[in-house]
Ligand binder design. Sequence first.
Ligand SMILES: [Cu+2]
Length: 185
Amino acid sequence: MSQDSNCSGSNTAENIVVSGGHLENVFIYVKEGLSSRAFDVPKEAVTLTQSGCKYKPHVLGVMVGQTITIVNGDPTTHNIHPTPKDNREWNESQAPQALPLEKTFAREEILLPVKCNQHPWMRMFVNVVKNPFYAVSGPDGKFEIKGLPPGDYTIAFVHEKLGEQDQKVTLAAKDSKTIDVSFKQ
Ligand SMILES: [Cu+2]
């Protein structure tokens, strides 16, 4: 499968990662309930690294307009190619030891696919959101969203293969809630 000797052993799909019944790489965000509230765009960038001919992380959350720093840690050239529905499409090569690319997305978009034109197994998803209340489930299937003001919300759980599930939650002041979601394959 791999045609690139710098990538041997790395060409495995990461589209469903489960360990001990815990589903990794679910993107969780506040889909409804914040209405017109505007939030500052974080000045800190988020980082997308190409390492071992894989994208790390496999699922990334970022706010509209927030910088994504794209790093090539490999001794091979990658070609980063987002294929958005609502944002501008681009693709750029990045040689070994090249300077990081700095990119932003201008519009909200969930499950924006990113592929590498050099390595067909390389694939990840960027989720561009308008508020800072999002998370990605870890290897233990857990996530945490902090600082959400009191209110009624729809929380969306999105997985690239297993689809979306929405849950309603009501938060009072200083409230803390646990939401459990199961996906069926
Ligand atoms: Cu690549």
